[in-house]
Design a protein around this ligand. Structure first.
Ligand SMILES: *Cc1c(COP(=O)(O)O)cnc(C)c1O
Length: 421
């Protein structure tokens, strides 16, 4: 039996309607910017496997670091114990995180990083004897699939069956140059009428919404207003973190740093599931007490897994190396040229880029998981490029290590795709 049919026998895939899409593609190998299916066909990983493998698959520096760690200390629980990879990673992160960040809490995936952030914010007030029960979030945000994260997310196609079971969230529109005064007023009303604990947002780029951009200035105003009202601000940088927007973090474009920051995805260069929730000293201090239960009683079995920490340290060494910085710059410049080339195309309603993120909206209405998306997806895969359109938005976040030829192939394939829709 083929892998494909054996898969169908017992496996339930994520984000999949199995009745309509029973087939999955077996991938047997990945190397650099490519992965290969069982027939030997190769695909450029145009979205870096959900923006994780930024230094390429099987990067020798990362695999060597993990192999070495595996032979020294494979795993130990992180409650009551510590280890060098976690300590070293915390030190390295502190060098590049926004200056107000002081403590690192380890989790094992993006959603649980958000979950920890939300619980930190709620308990921060609880410990001070205040009950604050409301979160503020942006429309169309995406923060993950666990209950707290889902509550904060505003993309209804994911939340439908669970709407009645979520945390209390007030949603405000994404701020733009034009609507920013209205949104500020709306935020003011939300702050006055509710007991708000935290404002959670994807800074500058809303990934799952279709790589939608908003301005740092406008977001800064919202953060300022929240912080003035003593509402904790949570930056979800799970997608934007580690250089995607041109700087180390999207928060580096802001004047007002967040109180809490969530990182995942590219943290371990795609090697291992690991995430972190960092916070300011002020947040951490609110959990110090002679009462044991005022501590943060939250843990995941695999918190701070040494192999994840080792891959993250190796990834951080690469992030701002001369070689990778040059490549990040090169991609960003090429993206700009491609945006200019395609922006007036009759089928394009908007083309934009920021750092290594490039998105093209088609002026064709489409469902998130509709026919247009499927047609495009299959066209890209036939042409050897893994791109997964979100509704009518085509986007690429290529690995930093992508070569010139492969990068141009992604652009050419996107341009050709416009002829078939
Ligand atoms: C992917 C993502 C998450 C969820 O991370 P998982 O590791 O998939 O749980 C949360 N927020 C943003 C912005 C993401 O891109």
């Amino acid at each position: 039996m083929s892998l494909r049919s054996r898969d169908q026998k017992h496996i339930w895939h994520p984000l999949t309607q199995h009745q309509l899409y029973p087939e999955t593609l077996p991938i047997v190998k990945a190397e650099g910017v490519f992965f290969y299916d069982e027939n030997g066909k190769r695909y450029i990983d145009g979205i870096s496997s959900w923006y994780t493998s930024m230094y390429g698959h099987g990067n020798a520096k990362i695999t060597a670091a993990v192999a070495k760690q595996m032979q020294t200390l494979d795993f130990v629980m992180f409650s009551g114990f510590t280890h060098a990879p976690a300590v070293e990673l915390s030190e390295k992160l502190m060098e590049i995180l926004p200056e107000n960040q002081a403590k690192i809490f380890f989790n094992d995936n993006g959603s649980t990083a958000i979950e920890a952030a939300i619980k930190m914010a709620l308990q921060y007030y609880y410990n001070r004897g205040e009950k604050r029960d409301t979160l503020i979030a942006l429309e169309d945000g995406f923060h993950g699939d666990t209950f707290g994260a889902m509550s904060a997310s505003g993309i209804s196609s994911y939340n439908g069956p669970f709407e009645d079971f979520l945390l209390k969230v007030e949603r405000i529109p994404v701020p733009t140059h034009d609507n920013r005064d209205e949104v500020l007023d709306q935020l003011e009303t939300v702050l006055q009428n509710n007991s708000c604990a935290a404002f959670i947002f994807e800074p500058l780029v809303q990934g799952a919404a279709g790589m939608k951009f908003h301005g740092a200035k406008e977001l800064d105003l919202l953060i300022k207003k929240c912080q003035d009202a003593a509402v904790l601000c949570i930056a979800d940088e799970i997608m934007t973190g580690f250089g995607k927007t041109g700087k180390n973090f999207a928060s580096d474009h802001l004047t007002n740093p967040p109180d809490i920051l969530c990182l995942g995805k590219a943290l371990t260069a795609g090697m291992f599931p690991l995430s972190i929730t960092s916070c300011s000293q002020k947040v951490f201090d609110a959990f110090l007490s002679n009462e044991v239960t005022k501590g943060f009683f939250h843990a995941h079995t695999f918190s701070a897994h040494p192999l994840g920490c080792a891959s993250a340290i190796a990834g951080l060494d690469l992030l701002n190396s001369v070689e990778i910085l040059g490549k990040r710059q090169h991609i960003a410049e090429n993206h700009k040229k491609f945006v200019e080339r395609i922006t007036h195309h009759e089928k394009v309603s908007n083309a934009r880029c920021k750092g290594v993120i490039l998105a093209v909206d088609l002026n064709i209405k489409a469902h998130r998981y509709g026919n247009l998306r499927d047609t495009l997806y299959h066209f890209f895969m036939d042409h050897g490029v893994n791109l997964r359109p979100l509704g009518n938005t085509i986007y690429t976040i290529p690995p930093y290590v992508i070569g010139e030829e492969e990068l141009q192939h992604i652009y050419d394939t996107i341009e050709k795709a416009l002829d078939i829709v």
